[in-house]
Design a protein around this ligand. Sequence first.
Ligand code: ADP
Ligand code: MG
Length: 245
Amino acid sequence: MPDAIIRLEDVNKWYGQFHVLRHIDLTVSPGERIVICGPSGSGKSTLIRCINRLEEHQQGRIVVEGIELTNDLKQIEAIRRDVGMVFQHFNLFPHLTVLENLTLGPVWVLKKSKAQATATAMKYLERVRIPDQAQKFPGQLSGGQQQRVAIARSLCMDPKIMLFDEPTSALDPEMVKEVLDVMVGLAQESGMTMLCVTHEMGFARKVADRVIFMDQGEIIEQNTPDRFFDAPENERTRLFLSQIL
Ligand code: ADP
Ligand code: MG
């Protein structure tokens, strides 16, 4: 597919002797929304971290927006500029206010003026529905609010691709929905390419174009959400779904 925004070809990765990613082939079209699920330890985080080079693969090719990921730091920087990432544990700077967390990257990396960066930050804080929290420190917010700040922070960098790694799994149950709602809105209102590791099947059914199931470092099965959940083909997928549904 020539217009793929992300392409992985026979990607293999090892941690020491441990073969963590096995022959991963994956092509993502611009604007596509993909949910990745699978048992703990199956390599989901490693896979998406390879896409912005937080982890290095040893074999195969990873091409993002036409740029192949190699050791070339300039190219890694170029890709990271277009790829936002939201982690399970927010990773906000605790000693900076919410607003400062949001303007830091745009001012220092994108060279925006303080006023411009602040205007953009407030726009995204509105979008994740916490403009009133701008002057607080992360520690003063609930987990759900902190995760919404983390999403807003990524959006301030104007990414073309967003990677989410279990963004709701560290949250108390009552806060999961407010974060998922923001992510659903983002999926529906922006044409952004999204890869999301999550076991939130309601979210997958609502926004995913494709669900990918990983086990032991391999992509075992992928399909549209309806087919994936209603008629899984692989025995391991069925076992996994029986445990989470
Ligand atoms: P998942 O996100 O699906 O739970 P991970 O990608 O985090 O899986 O991890 C896959 C496997 O690789 C696990 O067995 C994990 O223990 C191992 N692993 C992850 N990170 C490292 C690392 N930095 N060094 C060694 N092993 C790792
Ligand atoms: Mg993980």
